[in-house]
Ligand binder design. Structure first.
Ligand code: FAD
Length: 383
């Protein structure tokens, strides 16, 4: 019997706990923020078909469907060059190529589900500040307002996002600074989105427009830190003019944008050195948003770990199961980080001649069915 703790009640921690509840294990989730703060996060997340299958399996997809925008087409092109690719869901016998949902709506749906489970509990406004292990038992110090408590568990899931402030937690990190940042916001445009997502490769970096509710697009504009800092400091009118210049005319004029948020990007992979602690989601890897794989990789982590834990019974050693999971998952993590890196580097360099090659690559992808299929499988199912 596992008496587990999850550090961090973000989407990945919650999905793991819901998947795991049918194993009859008791799971406590410690979340630093207030519940309402999680509902108010309006960042747009791109869910893949692989994530849809996981959300269907845990019984939340029907409820979430009211709040999602389908991506039925993905249009990929590059500035000042020929060559473009159009991926359409129906070509691949899919209803959609992906889905956009706000962080807040996703969290609301997952929390409603957890409230119905009697062996899973979220304890809000409770920060895990310290951790140490003692043979197979892990001790966590919890800070709740002015009170400090200790919690003991034989399995700890680290799902605290890209945070590293827990004293005593031993991590081995590989970090690759990308010297790139992202601006995210919502924009309204002259032409309706018609459920099309656009990826436009510019000399500075990719610009993604993802169809969202109320006929708006979510914009993710990435590029070198100095370039993004300049864009972040422009007034709204100049920002929209610059966006039109870089993105081109496919959606007409950009009319308005919401608050712009910018953040630095990095590729990282993390190994936890404690045998009974496993990192999932952003706590385990972070990547450039160009392929929208961040959260989807996290959901897959949760799914695979739960599958491994199902094999656990009292005669089988929990540590060897966790060890097996960590080894097999690190190979998949490498592949997804490499795929993302190829997309960023392959398309964002301004070397002489490369633009032509990329133009050919996009045209080639557009007409070559097996390659197109495998590209879409990678984006949709992370395979
Ligand atoms: C602006 C932005 C846009 C993004 N857009 C996309 C996108 O379009 N598609 C996509 O797939 N991904 C996107 N991502 C990445 C995506 O948000 C992450 O992959 C996803 O949120 C990771 O989920 P998580 O549960 O691992 O971590 P998080 O969502 O970061 O959740 C971690 C939780 O842990 C809690 N916590 C942290 N430390 C502690 C502690 N010590 N004790 C207790 N609780 C703690 C935090 O309060 C938080 O609630 C975006 C990220 C950002 C920042």
């Amino acid at each position: 019997m596992i008496d587990g703790a999850v550090i961090g009640g973000g989407p990945v921690g919650l999905v793991f706990a819901i998947l795991n509840h049918s194993n009859q294990n008791k799971i406590q989730i410690f979340e630093a923020k207030k519940c309402n703060a999680l509902y108010q996060d309006s960042r747009a997340l791109a869910l893949s078909n692989g994530s849809r299958l996981i959300l269907e399996e845990i019984g939340v997809w029907e409820r979430l469907k009211k709040n999602i925008t389908n991506i039925n087409r993905i249009h990929t092109s590059q500035v000042n060059s020929f060559g473009r690719t159009l991926l359409e869901a129906k070509e691949f016998n899919e209803k959609s190529l992906g889905f956009i949902v706000s962080y807040g709506d996703l969290m609301k749906t997952l929390i409603e589900k957890i409230e119905k489970l009697n062996n899973v509990e979220v304890i809000y406004e409770t920060k895990v500040t310290k951790c140490f292990d003692d043979k197979s038992l892990i001790h966590l110090s919890l800070q709740n307002k002015n009170e400090t408590k200790v919690f003991q568990s034989n399995l700890v899931i680290l799902a605290d996002g890209a945070n590293d402030k827990i004293e005593g937690l031993e991590l081995q990190k590989k970090i690759k600074p990308l010297n790139h940042s992202a601006i995210v916001t919502k924009v309204s445009t002259e032409l309706p989105h018609q459920n099309t997502a656009y990826e436009r490769f510019t000399d500075e970096g990719p610009i993604a427009l993802l169809p969202n509710k109320n006929n708006k697009f979510s914009l993710v504009w990435t590029g070198p830190n100095e370039h993004i800092d300049k864009l972040a400091n422009l007034n709204e009118k100049s920002f929209l003019i610059q966006l039109h210049k870089s993105f081109g005319d496919r959606v007409g004029n950009f009319k308005e944008c919401e608050k712009r948020i910018s953040f630095h990007l990095k590729h990282s992979s993390v190994s936890v050195l404690h045998p009974n602690i496993v990192a999932l989601g952003n706590a385990s890897q972070t990547m450039h948003p160009v392929a929208g794989q961040g959260l989807n990789t996290g959901f897959k982590d949760a799914y695979k770990l739960n599958k491994a834990i199902k094999k656990f019974n009292d005669d089988k050693d929990l540590q060897s199961i966790l060890d097996g999971y960590k080894k097999s998952r690190s190979g998949e993590q490498r592949k997804i980080l490499d795929f993302t890196e190829i997309l960023v580097n392959g398309f964002s360099s301004d070397l002489v001649g490369l633009k032509k090659v990329r133009g050919f690559a996009l045209s080639f992808l557009d007409i070559t069915k097996p390659i197109k299929n495998s590209f879409v499988r990678k984006l949709s199912y992370g395979e």
